[in-house]
Ligand binder design. Structure first.
Ligand SMILES: Nc1nc2c(c(=O)[nH]1)N[C@H]1C(S)=C(S)[C@@H](COP(=O)(O)OP(=O)(O)OC[C@H]3O[C@@H](n4cnc5c(N)ncnc54)[C@H](O)[C@@H]3O)O[C@H]1N2
Ligand code: MOO
Length: 432
């Protein structure tokens, strides 16, 4: 066993240095043009500032169903001394602008253009009686009758001014903004039909091992297993693909057995299409370490990080016929693979995708005593108890079901091997 282990922070820095040029290149690349109504848009990052070509709102409009008036015509109105005004033509949302006749009340619906010459709106509830009479729109016979206005309306009351949300030419989304549903709405309101977004990071996720590569179809959980002894279902490909996609990447997958030549061959034909290769398995001290055997001669480095799980790691730019591609290699144990992704790669991807890089971090007390290797940073899985303290599951890196039901990853720092009940520890929220 190597004792020359790299600190977790040093390896984080090494992975960051490997991937920084990739993100820099993607930020400078031709952006993708994506339609505003495409399901593809959600979660993408705006490549350049978006401005609105029109004022928002585009015209003065009513905030209420009521009557557009001139403020001066209703200045003295009150419930005990209403002001009676002649009914004018009605404007509904979507109608073009009418001209307001001084001394009259022009019925307007919410969103309707304020008639030219009116400057305030009296809600229908503040008229007597508090409901609309028969109304006439443009093209219909001239309206007849009056309305009693029971409240004064200062100029501007319930008028949503043209451009008050964003004037014409104003920036609505700065470059680097991640597109959420509200931002998609703002783009649509401004009349944008397409938006320029940063290209996604394209990842080839490669899971290795004879034990997974020869299993054809997974059996239903409810049926007796069809697995031959020695084979297992491939958990890492779906899990890591989901984690990478959640962090904004575009992911293709490749499964490969334990033959280094076959892995090199498979990568040679596809590598040019990817910004990053992630591998799982085949990197520790065994006799058949396919990733180590295939990648070390191509330029990757394999080493040991002072952490558990996730001790064995690999990284480097590997040189393939299609060009050099950065590769980050995780150990095969599923919990090790997930925690490696959480510690070394996902924060960088989230940062590029405009997401918070770090999982929400909170100090919590341990619900019981525990121990951890003195010379390693241990990442345990925990459940939050009703009293807010955290209970740990076993340390084994094969315990995927326990990881799947954990609330937090619990950080037990290097240099301490015994942790008493109620010791405060840093926790990272997962599985939300
Ligand atoms: N003599 C030593 N043996 C081991 C060491 C060591 O330092 N010296 N390190 C151990 C640690 S820690 C880990 S972690 C593993 C890492 O091994 P590999 O990265 O080479 O991974 P594999 O041997 O290929 O697989 C490990 C384990 O995970 C299962 N696995 C692999 N791929 C998948 C998958 N896609 N889905 C589900 N499970 C997977 C595999 O069957 C093995 O059980 O090495 C220790 N050994
Ligand atoms: O470090 Mo391994 O990643 O514990 O299981």
């Amino acid at each position: 066993m190597s004792t020359n282990r790299r600190l977790i922070e040093t390896h984080q820095q090494a992975v960051r240095s490997l991937l920084t040029p990739v993100f820099k290149r993607l930020r400078a690349a031709t952006p993708d043009s994506v339609a505003v109504d495409s399901p593809e848009l959600l979660g993408r990052v705006v490549a350049m500032e978006v401005t609105t070509a029109i004022p928002l709102p585009p015209f003065d409009n009513s905030q209420m169903d009521g009557y557009a008036v001139r403020a001066e015509d209703v200045a003295t109105a009150s419930p005990s001394l209403p002001v009676t005004l002649t009914l004018g033509f009605t404007t509904a949302a979507g109608d073009s602008q009418l001209t307001h006749v001084p001394g009259t009340a022009s019925p307007v619906m919410t969103g309707a253009v304020i008639p030219l010459g009116a400057d305030a709106v009296v809600p229908v509830e503040l008229t007597l009686p508090p409901r609309f009479p028969k109304l006439n729109r443009r093209g219909e016979p001239d309206p007849t009758g009056n309305v009693d206005i029971a409240s004064a309306a200062p100029a501007g009351q319930f008028v949503r001014k043209r451009g008050e949300d964003a004037p014409s030419g104003a920036p609505i989304l700065p470059a680097g903004t991640r597109l959420t549903p509200t931002r998609v709405g703002a783009l649509a309101a401004a009349g944008c039909t397409t938006v320029q977004v940063l290209p996604r990071l394209r990842v080839l996720l490669c899971s290795t091992g004879d034990e997974i590569s020869q299993v054809s179809e997974p059996t239903q959980a409810s049926e007796p297993s069809q697995l031959e002894i020695g084979k297992i279902h491939d958990a890492n490909t779906p899990m890591l693909a989901a984690a990478l996609r959640e962090a904004g990447a575009e992911v293709d997958t490749l499964r490969c057995g334990d033959q280094a030549g076959a892995l090199q061959e498979a990568l040679a034909s596809v590598s040019a299409s990817y910004d990053l290769i992630i591998t799982s398995g085949g990197i520790s001290a065994g006799a058949f370490e396919v990733v180590r055997e295939a990648f070390a001669p191509l330029g990757a480095e394999f080493l040991s990080v002072a952490m558990q799980p996730g001790g064995p790691q690999g990284l480097g730019e590997i040189v393939l016929p299609g060009g050099a591609v950065p590769a980050v290699c995780f150990p095969g144990n599923p919990v090790s693979a997930f925690i490696s992704a959480e510690c070394f790669v996902l924060p960088l991807l989230r940062e590029y995708a405009g997401l918070p890089a770090e999982r929400p971090r909170v100090q919590r007390q341990l619900a019981h005593d525990t121990s951890s290797p003195l010379e390693k940073h241990q990442v345990r899985r925990g459940r939050i108890e009703a009293d807010g303290r955290v209970s740990l599951s076993g340390p084994g890196s094969h315990l995927l079901s326990e990881l799947a039901l954990a609330d937090v990853l619990v950080q037990l720092p290097l240099g301490q091997d015994s942790f008493l009940e109620n010791t405060p520890v840093e926790t990272w929220r997962i599985n939300d």
